[in-house]
Design a protein around this ligand. Structure first.
Ligand code: SF4
Length: 426
């Protein structure tokens, strides 16, 4: 039986379509806090951030975060109690943990925090702070290492050394943090592409990392890297395959295309499973929980995006236009059922479990699903073992997950024929 639009995000449907089982945590809302301040600007980075700010800018920004949390929380239904908190950026670890205390107290007065992550930069002075992060309630840190090869760090414009990375992992471990996820960038073209990424991941694990997030370098027009080139597909696929092998050997399970760890992040899973999240702070995106006026939730973005006329120039308009940093830009109109389903196809397909068959039958008519199972490209991928069909799930093979976005577009074009056909590149 196909469900109605107003039920699509309900807890009953989440349970009945098999998603709750795969999701496996109590939280039903994420709180993402964007801290846009950085000690320097990395030439490949397309996030909303700035390295030009004063102490007053920072204090005003932290005060505004609390006001925005209050405003957005008024749209959260009371039955939502358990949440995850994620301090991202930018470089949240640039500031001492005590600066976040008022915000964390505010969040805790309304919600139970099931998981609390902070993004850290090995370049900021972390060692002495890990105990304080733990005292603040942090349960998980991510470390923006990107590589342990000095030439790769230089190419990426990072200011930390491999020794900084190792020392920080060990300090986090010694402080008692049990969940230490390290970011790694791969797919770098040119002389540095000969790096041994598997060896780097082994070293990270040996010193106490409990997982790695491996991101493919993408060249963005608005960055100082705009004239660099992407690595060729073959070398990217080869490097990804080496990442898969070493992670399997180390017991870092592949929870999603880019995410390998001993235990997966609940906060990331919220995004993957289509659950709502409050984005707070300039540059953050959010999806408000379903309401009568917006039965499929409401998307928004915080802050008016700066016109970036000079690639790599990331100064934010703190002084004259500070209020615009926190203006909420609501997505126009209501979120459609097709949009919501296509977004979920895109994220679910990248996950370890893939898409529950129960979810397909809850969301699509028999006739539509017949079209899916008769699709030639899908049939060939099933025969070749690129896609796996069990009694309960449709799942991309570990290696095929690198083409997850392309597959999601293809499935969406079959299930929602108004969508343009997908490309086939990685
Ligand atoms: S990569 Fe991280 S540290 Fe570098 S500019 Fe971007 S947000 Fe800042």
């Amino acid at each position: 039986m196909q469900i109605s639009d107003t039920e699509i995000l309900s807890e009953d449907v989440f349970q009945a379509s098999g998603l709750a089982n795969d999701f496996g945590a109590r939280s039903r809302l994420g709180i993402y806090v964007h801290v846009p301040f950085c000690p320097h600007i990395c030439p490949y980075c397309d996030f909303v951030k700035t390295a030009r700010f004063t102490r007053n800018d920072v204090h005003a920004y932290f005060a505004a975060l609390i006001r925005q949390f209050d405003f957005l929380t008024s749209s959260v239904p009371h039955h939502i109690r358990a949440v995850t908190v994620y301090l991202g950026g930018g470089t949240p670890s640039l500031f001492p943990p005590e600066m976040y205390q008022p915000l964390v107290e505010k969040i805790s007065s309304r919600f139970e925090i099931e998981e609390f992550t902070v993004e850290t930069n090995p370049f900021s002075n972390l060692d002495r702070h890990f105990n304080q992060w733990l005292n603040l309630g942090v349960t998980r840190v991510t470390l923006g290492a990107q590589s342990l090869a000095p030439e790769v760090l230089t190419y990426l414009g990072r200011k930390h050394t491999p020794a900084d990375v190792i020392r920080n992992i060990e300090s986090a471990r010694a402080a008692g943090l049990k969940n230490i996820q390290v970011d790694v960038i791969f797919g770098i073209k040119g002389s540095v592409q000969e790096r041994d990424v598997a060896r780097e991941i082994e070293l990270l694990a040996r010193h106490g990392a409990t997982g790695v997030s491996c991101y493919l370098l993408t060249i963005e027009e608005s960055t100082a890297f705009r004239d660099e080139q992407n690595a060729p597909d073959e070398s990217v696929v080869d490097e990804y395959s080496r990442i898969l092998q070493v992670c399997e050997r180390l017991g870092f399970e592949q929870h999603e295309t880019s995410n390998f760890s001993q235990s997966p992040s609940i906060h990331n899973r919220l995004y993957w499973y289509g659950l709502p999240y409050l984005g707070i702070g300039t540059g953050a995106h959010g999806l408000l929980p379903a309401s009568d006026a917006h039965p499929l939730g409401r998307r928004y973005q915080v802050g008016e995006m700066k016109q970036r006329t000079i690639p790599g120039d990331d100064s934010l308009p703190f002084r004259d236009e500070s209020s615009r940093l926190f203006e909420i830009q609501w997505a126009e109109g209501q979120r459609s059922r097709a949009d919501a389903l296509q977004e979920m196809l895109l994220t679910l397909l990248r996950t370890k479990h893939g898409i529950p068959l129960q979810w397909f039958s809850a969301q699509y008519s028999e006739q539509t699903l017949l079209r899916l199972w008769q699709d030639i490209r899908l049939k060939k991928a099933l025969e070749a073992g690129f896609i796996l069909l069990s009694q309960t799930h449709l799942t991309l093979s570990p290696m095929e997950k690198i083409r997850g976005d392309s597959w999601a577009l293809h499935l969406a074009s079959v299930l929602h024929p108004s969508v343009a056909p997908a490309g086939t590149s990685i």
